[in-house]
Design a protein around this ligand. Structure first.
Ligand SMILES: CC(C)(COP(=O)(O)OP(=O)(O)OC[C@H]1O[C@@H](n2cnc3c(N)ncnc32)[C@H](O)[C@@H]1OP(=O)(O)O)[C@@H](O)C(=O)NCCC(=O)NCCS
Length: 185
């Protein structure tokens, strides 16, 4: 194990004038507002979304099922948890009819900002607008809470996420470094 520093952008969005534009929900998907009994589904969606991604090195809990469940419990029990900015995306499998948890976003209120936590879409369901829809819905939730701005952090190598955020109107505000213990370094 060795200590590695991951370079990340803090990205910001001013909610006073607008929220990021959404797109139509693709067929077969639904958005579900937060409820405590959905914590496990959020954790499943988080794990599926992050397990093979760079951020599972930066935040090792994202690469483990139990880590994602612990993280969801921690986020949702914080004083600044914003339930209106927390959404689950489900897909109804046409064969089994069972709803699958395929996307998640959570919101916190930190120092008067809306703070986006762990936007993630299962790799099998990317490129259909779901990330855009979840982010736009979270922004509406922050706005409904009276928060004037929102921010997030993204690893600078995560080019697809940065492209999405910039397309939706986020601006790079500063570079921050996150230290993490990485195996084989
Ligand atoms: C980043 C992430 C959330 C994006 O989710 P997504 O659902 O694929 O996002 P969208 O579908 O809204 O947008 C992705 C691309 O698909 C395109 N797209 C959206 N709807 C589309 C459609 N119906 N047809 C074709 N393309 C479409 C978008 O224009 C966008 O293109 P771009 O890459 O050129 O910007 C997802 O890749 C992910 O979970 N990554 C791993 C976890 C992660 O790193 N999260 C970010 C942490 S900061």
């Amino acid at each position: 194990m060795g200590l590695t520093y991951f370079k990340r952008f803090r990205m910001e969005y001013d909610l006073r004038e607008s929220v990021p534009a959404s797109v139509p929900m693709p067929q077969g998907y639904e958005l579900v507002p937060f409820a405590p009994e959905l914590i496990r589904d959020h954790a499943i969606a988080k794990y599926q979304s992050f397990r093979w991604e760079l951020d599972a090195n930066v935040f090792p809990c994202l690469g483990r099922r139990d880590g994602c469940l612990r993280l969801m419990r921690e986020i949702t029990s914080r004083a600044g948890f914003v339930r209106e900015a927390t959404w689950l995306c489900r897909y109804r499998d046409p064969e089994s009819g069972r709803p699958l948890a395929v996307g998640t976003i959570q919101g916190l209120q930190l120092d008067g900002w809306g703070a986006v936590q762990n936007l993630g879409i299962d790799p099998d369901h990317r490129g259909r607008g779901l990330g855009t829809i979840l982010l736009s819905r979270a922004a509406e939730g922050f706005r409904a809470e009276g928060l004037p701005r929102m921010h997030l952090e993204v690893t600078t190598d995560n080019t697809s996420a940065i492209r999405l955020y910039e397309r939706l109107g986020f601006r790079r505000a500063k570079v921050v470094y996150k230290a993490a213990e990485v195996a084989g370094v």
